[in-house]
Design a protein around this ligand. Structure first.
Ligand code: NAD
Length: 483
């Protein structure tokens, strides 16, 4: 029997009122793992009402007590580490090590939230006028929601939930219907914490549930992570309904390589960036910009290394690259490769039609390299979100920076070089939210803010770090005179 997932509302798992359920597949086998409800507006309203009812008591629960829940959550996550990682492999298709890395990053966000008593303090200034003192106090705001993507089903929700609740807010999460099982299990663990009813709530679903959260008058703010077209909808809708919003969108990440770079270390790093998680990372390197004489050795080495990647089911420990999320994603990626060819790119490593023995129904795309890519081609402009690396050749660093800055996305960009001067210029001029120098995946750790620029991010306060404290609290001003 395939499990029908339930929502978690007001401290218990409950059936959704939804009439439609969508199958959740293991993308390596096409086996149905669970059925996910397409929750209705009524389901969302129940969750928001539960969160609203819990808010007053929760916000007055001492902050030290709120933080204690995070220590207990961390212990539960550590105790269930391998189980959580396995679920990520099964529902998302990534490798075991990638899934372990994801769960570790999620735990780091819980650790960050445990330090909220130090982070959400306000500030005070005596004698702003004679005998008058002024204080800025940080206060929670009410019910926050998060809408999250398929590609990090465990980690991304944990960017938000822990900090939102330790700062004293209550929370409703709507995970991706393609990978909802990770959160089903997380909420089982949250249930063991005995948090007051309604502090955390889970509503499964798709577009309708997202819209219901954004339009709900009792939701004060929304954190979103997903593709750029949806991020725009989220930003506009939340603005229309007067809410705080942080909307992290899609990406097209460029990696520039100078001729003076350590070629071996650079190639190893670029491999991880382009093909890790089968290219389904918002920080995935998508276009390599080879500068001057870096081009020939880089092309040769990248092709050799990429061709040797072992593709298979993430559950096999020897697999180096897993599946993409679905047959539809595989077909879309293959169509984009085709589009690249039509526009003049050369396929020097072709991952189309990839079959893996024993996993004939899996959604595999092999590592692919497109050469002679030009900035105006679709493969250089649009997010592919698969294991496809494009190579461009430019004469100098300035040309590389110009190409990168023309992209409408700005999530991440990396430079491989041994020159401090080049590194500084790159960091200074490139318009991307996350810059890697000799690092292929510049992923901010939990105490730093994470977000892109241009069409990779809509809003001002990023996820994680001190930005998340700002996002989840308001600064109330108190001016006092005692006569
Ligand atoms: P998606 O935009 O399709 O879905 C994200 C979430 O929005 C899901 O919960 C989905 O149910 C919901 N949704 C989908 N369509 C909607 C609509 N029309 N209205 C309201 N809600 C809707 O993204 P995805 O395919 O799940 O994830 C992949 C995308 O996420 C990629 O573009 C990737 O770059 C991006 N991403 C960005 C970051 C970042 O930090 N910038 C991190 C991870 C993933």
């Amino acid at each position: 029997m395939v499990k029908r997932l339930q929502n978690y509302i007001g401290g218990r798992f409950v059936d959704a009122e939804a009439t439609e359920y969508v199958p959740v597949y293991n993308p390596a086998t096409c086996e149905v793992l669970a059925e996910c409800p397409d929750s209705s507006r009524a389901d969302v309203d129940r969750a928001v009402q539960a969160a609203k009812a819990a808010f007053d008591e929760w916000r007055s629960t001492p902050v030290l007590s709120r933080a204690q829940y995070m220590f207990r959550l961390k212990t539960l996550l550590e105790d269930n580490f391998e189980r959580l990682a396995r679920i990520v492999v099964e529902e998302n298709g990534k490798t075991r090590d990638e899934a372990r890395g994801e769960v570790r990053r999620g735990i780091e966000s819980v650790e960050f939230a445990a330090s909220v008593p130090s982070l959400m303090r306000g500030y005070k200034l005596e004698d702003v006028s004679s005998g008058i003192d002024e204080t800025a106090e940080r206060q929670p705001l009410g019910v926050f929601a998060a809408i999250t993507p398929f590609n990090f089903p465990n980690m991304v929700p944990l960017w938000f939930l822990p900090t939102a609740i330790t700062t004293g807010n209550t929370f409703v999460l709507k995970p991706s219907p393609q990978t909802p099982i990770s959160m089903d299990v997380l909420f089982e663990l949250l249930d063991e914490l005995d948090l007051p009813e309604g502090v955390v709530n889970l509503v499964h679903g798709g577009k309708e549930a997202s819209m219901a959260l954004m339009e709900h008058p009792d939701v004060v703010g929304v954190s979103f992570v997903g593709s750029t077209p949806v991020a725009k909808i989220v930003y506009e809708t939340c603005a229309k309904y007067g809410k705080r919003v942080q909307a992290q969108g899609g990406a097209k990440n460029y990696i520039a390589v100078m001729p003076d770079a350590n070629m071996e270390a650079s190639v190893a790093n670029i491999m991880g960036s382009a093909y890790g998680c089968a290219g389904q990372r918002c920080l995935a390197g998508s276009v390599v910009v080879a500068i001057g004489d870096a081009y020939e050795p880089l092309k040769a080495e990248l092709t050799k290394r990429a061709a040797a990647i072992r593709v298979g089911s993430g559950l096999e420990e020897t697999t180096q690259m897993g599946t993409v999320i679905s047959p539809e994603a595989r077909d879309r990626i293959e169509r984009m490769i085709e589009e690249g060819v039509k526009e003049g790119a050369k396929v020097i490593l072709d991952g189309r039609g990839k079959k893996v023995e024993g996993y004939e129904n899996g959604s595999f795309v092999g590592p692919t390299i497109l050469d002679e890519v030009k900035p105006e081609m679709t493969v250089a402009r649009e997010e592919i979100f698969g294991p496809v690396l494009s190579i461009m050749h430019v004469p100098d660093l300035n040309s590389a920076i110009e190409v990168i800055n023309k992209s409408r996305y700005g999530n991440a960009a990396s430079l491989f070089t041994n020159s401090g001067k080049a590194a500084r210029e790159f960091k200074y001029r490139v318009r991307a939210g996350n810059i890697g120098i000799n690092i292929g995946i510049a992923a901010a750790t939990a105490s730093f803010p994470f977000g892109g620029q241009k069409e990779s991010f809509f809003g001002d306060l990023h996820g994680q770090g001190l930005d998340s404290i700002e996002f989840y609290t308001d600064k109330k001003i108190l001016i006092e005179r005692w006569l």
